[in-house]
Design a protein around this ligand. Sequence first.
Ligand code: AMP
Length: 282
Amino acid sequence: MKIFNNKKDLKDCLLEYKRNKKTIGFVPTMGALHEGHLSLIEKAAQKNEIVVVSIFVNPTQFDNVEDLKKYPKTIENDIKLLTSVSCDILFSPSVEEIYSANIISEKFDFDGLEHQMEGKFRDGHFDGVGTVVKTLFEIVEPNKAYFGQKDFQQLQIIKKMVEKHHLKVKIKGCPIYREEDGLAMSSRNTRLSTEHREIAPFIHKTLRKVQKKFSTKSISEINKWLENQFKKQPLLKLEYFTIADEKTLKTAKNKESNKQYRAFIAVFAGEIRLIDNIRLKN
Ligand code: AMP
């Protein structure tokens, strides 16, 4: 595996592959890699000749300074993991390499997708995500890029950005990879206390129950039921729960048969903010 910290060297290397008509699959990450990330890399390797992974903890997408400071950094272990899977190139730039002296976000219009859910609670988050992903796409110029449905709103926003900016890359959404007890894998899980780690699978269990209820109960009944479930869990603090249209991400009040719905949740387990989602069937 080749490792680059510098975008010029990376571009020179990629140019050679592109001259030889090799297809390039790209997986952007913030590191502290786990099997969820590795599943994206495997998908990329199945469909592309060269796989590029980036590790970059992007400061502009953090609305909370403490969260940024405490974001887990495990680069040596990440490199070990990447050499054990089909990663050809790791791009691990510094903040200056991506932003120069101006660590600010570009402003994006994602047709309202950015104002729902995470956008309501994490000010400027999606401008930060859009800025860094667009910059990385400009450097890597991949044929395909892989994103997890774990961050479903982010996935839809990236698709929108590609559409609106006429970028050439194809965006591929990949299923949520979970621990055996159902907890969605996340780099932040390593920061959970023992007692919070024990209770955290409750989030997915509750979403599974929502999935069952969805065919027989109204959305308002489900919302009330879910709030009550979390009131009985003093270790978990519900930030939001919403059943939304997958396309617009707007909260649904009533079910319409021609729409596809998904349930989204954000929960604090102590200081650690966890998100998850699940697809619903009418
Ligand atoms: P992150 O390093 O958290 O920014 O994530 C990098 C990419 O991995 C994003 O596209 C995430 O959606 C994806 N990802 C993170 N966790 C999971 C998971 N448990 N299952 C599938 N994809 C994931």
